[in-house]
Each structure stands twice: as structure tokens, then as C-alpha cells.
Write a protein that binds this ligand. Sequence first.
Ligand code: GTP
Length: 309
Amino acid sequence: MFHDQSKSKSKSNTFHSGFVAIVGRPNVGKSTLMNHVIGQKIAIMSDKPQTTRNKIHGVYTKENTQIVFLDTPGIHKRKSKLGDYMNQVALNTLNEVEAVLFLVDVSTGLGSGDKYVIEQLKKVKTPVILVMNKIDQVHPESLPPIILQYNELHEFAEIVPISALSGNNVNRLLDVLEHYIPEGPQYYPDDQITDHPEQFVVAELIREKILNLTREEIPHSIAVTIEDMRVQENGVVYISAVIFVERDSQKGIVIGKQGALLKEIGKLARKDIENLLGSKTYMELWVKVKKDWRNQDRILRDLGFRHDS
Ligand SMILES: Nc1nc2c(ncn2[C@@H]2O[C@H](COP(=O)(O)OP(=O)(O)OP(=O)(O)O)[C@@H](O)[C@H]2O)c(=O)[nH]1
């Protein structure tokens, strides 16, 4: 929804809030942009290997506007998973946000990965803002032809060139974005910049291992939730996670013969998680069949508003 009232808005008492998804093929600079907008805490996370592909929620609060950024799961998988990389769950998420930031890398040109994302974005009614990143890498004169190329493929709500790395024009992007944020409650306190990032990353690391080990048998729509995560007295981080699948047959696949696959998932995930957290972990993994979990409000649950396992 377009609210052309940004000037008056900052002076009024009404609060504006909403969700914005960041999409784009790998390496276009999604994490870098997020870091620039949100601040150091996420940057520290993203410096660790293995985490940049994970969904990270960043909360940006300025005066009376709050924007919650989502790195949409399933929207920028690697090529081998191109076929189902933007499944219905991801599309549902994109339909529920106020705006989508579609990041492209102007230094590499328009590629098949970008075209694929555009095709998917056509199925979404949410306004899409084309964010042309890495402008520090190209001559300004080369931008207009690139813009034309993208314009031919889709009608974007806005086009904003930026350098996420240097921060050039990022404030303008935020100004533009604020126009799309409707009146709404303040979801998070002023000083909160991420919503339990470790838990999200831990869940995504487990999910990633399942997908890698099961290939196509298990859809991307499986969900992993962290039921419990805390540091024990001996310094070991205890993690209890539930893997939700939609069918009994999938449960069997994830567990494997005599639990072999689940063990392997746990082993590989633990390695990454210990690397991420810098401490030893003890992890319990459970597999549950939850037939209609997809019907639940994915965004709200992911953001921790509701924990209904
Ligand atoms: N020169 C330049 N480099 C950039 C810019 N933005 C990001 N980069 C670099 O591009 C690389 C990829 O950036 P990321 O932020 O990790 O990209 P991403 O889209 O999150 O990648 P995935 O997590 O793989 O999806 C990093 O080396 C960044 O430093 C920019 O504006 N200019």
C-alpha cells in the first residue's frame, strides 16, 4: 500500500510498522545491506561462515516507524534446487509483507538467477522495489541501460541504486521504503535490532543439513523450531529442536535406518552451531508430523509471536 505522507508522518503521533522481505540471488549483497541498515550485531553474526544464507530478521526503528526485515527462506537457493527454490511458502510470505526489496548486482549484469526471481515476483501482489546494488563498481553512465533492461522484465514500484558496502544512497532507500509502511504497532522495543538471531540461525543450520542429506525427497517447506536453547552450568549450550514434516513417510526418511540419518543431521549441524556459538553444544532433535502446519501464519510464528508446537 502506498502512503504518500512521509513528511507529515514523522511529525504525527501515529506509529507505522510493517514487514519487508529482501530477495535476490546469492551474493548480490543482501546481508551487507541488512548489516548497514541494522547495525553491528547482525554483522557479527554474518561474519561467521555458513550463516549468510540464513534467514535473519532485522528490526529497524526510527522515530515512529519500525520495519522488520525478512530474508525470505527458499527464495535464493543454489542452482541445483532452482526448481523448487521459491515454493508456495515463500510466495505466501511475500504476499504478506508491505514491500519486497529485490536486490540485484549491477556489476555482474542481469543473469538467469535474477530472471528467475523476477518470474516468481510476478506472482506476488506486493510492490517490488528494485534495488540496484554495488554501484561503486560501475561507471554511473552504465546505470541507465541496466535500468532499462530490468524495466523491460517487470514493472517495479521503485528503482533505487545503492552501494550496500559504502552505504551510498541507503538512506534514500529507507526513505522510499517508509512510504510503503502502513500504520501499525511497535512490535519491538527501540533498542532491539534482531529477534533471537542465534535461534533462527541454529534452526536454519539444522534445516540446511536435512535438505542437503535428503536431496529432493524432503521439500523445502519442512520447518525446524528451537524449543529450548540455554547455557548449562557446565558451559555447554543445550538445544532442543523439533523438525516438522508433513507426512509419516517423510518422518521415516529424516530419521533414517535405526536413526542413522537423524544422527548425521545432528552431527553436521552441531559442528556448524559450535563454530557459530563458539561453545560446546548438546543437541536433541525430534521429528514430528504436523500435517497442516503450513496453514499457520508463518510470519508470525517465525517471528516468535506464537509458539504452538
Ligand atoms: N563492491 C561492493 N561489494 C559489495 C556491495 N554489497 C555487497 N558486496 C560484497 O558482495 C559479497 C556478497 O555480499 P553478501 O551481503 O554476503 O551477499 P548475499 O546476497 O547476502 O549473499 P547470500 O548470503 O549468498 O545470499 C560480499 O563480498 C560483499 O562485501 C557493494 O555495494 N559494493
